[in-house]
Write a protein that binds this ligand. Structure first.
Ligand code: ADP
Ligand code: MG
Length: 634
């Protein structure tokens, strides 16, 4: 095989392959260019989800007539000049690749006029062909139109989904870009209908609320961290949702770094940790976080679409986000109301499906969900190895399978709906939740019912407490505080060691366990190839009359089956959680008056006693408003 230099077209198409996957990526690149150009208003038009046509018009500084051709030249950019600039990138773009790449796989036109030019220019390009700029009358600013995306790369075009799905992806990006730039007016029209219309000069808060929904405003808590000085540190502002509005997917999480959307596992982890114990595992908190850091403290040039970044000091970022979110949640009252826990009670059915959406929006969402499912199925069918031919594409399902699938699915309930929070609490009750943690007014007035629940009251209504969940949570908090303070729990030495049978793999990994066991007050050592001798147990388990044996067996089994990494901080949480669950009073335990008073006292003292460590609530509140509704007083 001969080595040949690739044609410029091919080079551009390969570059496009890295950043331009679908209409949404075109939209992102073009809107970023408009932002970089200082636009105050951006108007986006989409036809068929952008597959047929995307047009982006801005009122930015425009492109000078003699630069029009250069804008379409690969690696031509007005944004950086030398390598050092890469260390302090202040613009969204900098590689000078986007326009050339997009032009190589579509029919593109740029119409632009700069402030000092008497008239504008239009230049057209498609595939290999780049035309000459021609004069045209137009206002200051730039309009870029992209038609027939992937017309000359059919393999890529085949990967596109339904126009509804592509439109949704475009809108997701546009909303993210709009959130990060609240001063810019953003309008989007999809197939003739207004999809988004955001006024100029909104505050960050107004912008976030207009995008994620006014009806959720009262369920958002403000996060703010300021550890910024000179070129070091971090500044965070954001809004995070009460546990009640956590979602089944992470779609409601938006993280921005210096105005750019990022997906970062460190940050996602920090958010999840901050909500630990407040939401059930598998749910994702709603969170919008805007992070500002010096451009020198982070490398954005590590991912083609700049979605991933590399922090110089990752643990500092983790700490800042974790504490910022956790402190914000600590200031809020996260006790859910009875209506929030019982979907649909006292609510009309249109709002019960999804909070804050008009019936038409609900229908649109359902339609979208349906198309998404169809896409997923088609994707799956296409990916299945063909039984006869290996040529890609030959096993594409016939076009009418889409409509068939859709019909079948439409008749099947889509289960993901049921995982949406199914309530729309009235504004009054929500408002009250955000105040201070509820104080139980007279703690002597507590009633135990069915040996399992405690009934009390606070200024907002009736509190119903799950005695086991509450005790577990309180104990977990105490244990965690003790381990964090002293480094480990107190031990109770045993006169005779307990011998436990374990797997040989556990013995092999014993070194990893040592530190964790030590911290929780367990002293043990291997005794032969498949046994462990326990010489001391946590004295707190001992005093609560909890046998150490089943607890340790469960722990070793969990580690053996890869349940967690024993050296991680999560492992400590999990083990303490197991211990407190075992030691806590159970449902069915009859409590004396003294015990009742004591547990209510503990409840007040402990931060986050609103949820057990598993994220189930320990307390729910039946608000006065809810009572009035139940008795038809309202
Ligand atoms: P990059 O954004 O990385 O510089 P692009 O290929 O996206 O590369 O754009 C090339 C150049 O075209 C930009 O550097 C900018 O000078 C100019 N340009 C593109 N879009 C616009 C716009 N909407 N307004 C003004 N100038 C633009
Ligand atoms: Mg660009």
């Amino acid at each position: 095989m001969q080595i040949r230099k690739l044609s410029e077209l091919l080079v551009n198409q390969i570059a496009a392959g890295e950043v331009i996957e679908r209409p949404a990526s075109v939209l992102k690149e073009l809107v970023e260019n408009s932002i970089d150009a200082g636009a105050t208003r951006i108007t986006v038009e989409l036809e068929q989800g952008g597959i047929e046509r995307i047009s982006i018009a801005d009122d930015g500084h425009g492109i000078a007539p003699e630069q029009m051709t250069l804008a379409l030249t690969p690696h031509a950019t007005s944004k950086i000049q030398q390598a050092e600039d890469l260390d302090r990138i202040g613009t969204m773009g900098f590689r000078g690749e986007a326009l050339a790449s997009i032009a190589s796989i579509s029919r593109l036109s740029i119409t632009s006029r700069s402030a000092d030019a008497a008239e504008g220019r239009i230049i057209e390009a498609h595939g290999e062909h780049v035309g000459q700029p021609r004069p045209i009358g137009c206002p200051i600013g730039t309009t870029i139109e992209v038609k027939n995306l992937f017309f000359n790369t059919p393999a890529r075009r085949k990967f596109l989904r339904t126009s509804t799905t592509e439109q949704t992806r475009c809108l997701e990006w546009l909303r993210d870009l709009a959130m990060a730039n609240p001063a810019i007016g953003v309008r989007c029209i999809g197939d003739g209908k207004v999809k988004l219309d955001l006024p100029i000069n909104q505050t960050p808060r107004q912008r976030v609320v207009s995008i994620i929904g006014k009806e959720l405003e009262d369920q958002l808590i403000e996060v703010s961290v300021d550890r910024f000085n000179d070129t070091r540190g971090i500044l965070v502002w954001g809004l995070v949702g009460l546990p009640a509005i956590a979602r089944a997917t992470s779609k409601a999480q938006h993280v921005f770094l210096n105005g750019r959307t990022i997906r970062d596992r460190t940050i996602q982890h920090a958010i999840r940790e901050a909500y630990r114990g407040l939401i059930e595992p598998g749910k994702h908190p709603t969170a919008v976080l805007m992070i500002e850091m010096s451009p020198t403290a982070v490398d954005v040039n590590v991912h083609p679409a700049k979605l991933e970044v590399r922090f110089r000091d990752q643990s500092m970022v983790h700490r800042a986000i974790y504490h910022g979110v956790k402190d914000a949640l600590g200031r809020a009252d996260v006790t859910p109301t009875v209506f929030q826990r019982l979907p649909g009670v006292g609510m009309d059915s249109s709002t019960a499906i999804m909070p804050g959406l008009s019936p038409q929006q609900v229908q649109e969402q359902q339609e979208h969900q349906l198309n998404h499912q169809v896409d997923r199925l088609v994707e799956y069918l296409e990916a299945k190895p063909a039984n006869t031919s290996t040529e890609p594409g030959t096993n594409t399902p016939p076009p009418d399978i889409r409509s068939e699938l859709k019909e079948v699915l439409a008749r099947t309930p889509i289960n993901s709906f049921s995982s949406q929070p199914n309530f729309a609490p009235s504004p009054a009750t929500i408002h009250e939740q955000i105040g201070e943690l509820p104080k139980v007014q007279r703690i002597e007035q507590v009633l135990q019912v069915h040996s399992s629940y405690l009934i009390s009251q606070d200024e907002h209504g009736v509190l119903i407490i799950d005695q086991h969940a509450l005790h577990e949570r309180v104990m977990f908090n105490k244990l965690l505080a003790r381990v964090m303070g002293n480094g480990s729990l107190e031990q109770q030495a045993l006169l005779m060691p307990i011998v436990l049978d374990v797997s040989s793999t556990l013995i092999d990994r014993f070194d990893e366990l040592d530190a964790l066991l030590e911290r929780i007050g367990v002293q043990c050592a291997p005794m032969g190839p498949k046994a462990v001798g326990v010489h001391a147990v946590p004295s707190f388990l001992h005093s609560r009359n909890v046998a150490a044996e089943p607890f340790l067996n469960e722990l070793f089994e969990k580690i053996d089956h890869g349940g967690f990494v024993p050296t991680s901080e999560e492992a400590l949480h999990e083990v303490l959680d197991m211990m407190s669950c075992k030691a806590a009073i159970k449902a069915g335990d009859v409590l004396s008056d003294n015990e009742l008073a004591a547990i209510m006292q503990l409840r007040q003292e402990h931060e986050r006693s609103g949820s057990c460590p598993h994220g189930r609530p320990t307390t729910v509140r039946l608000t006065i408003e809810e009572l009035e509704k139940l008795f038809d007083r309202r």
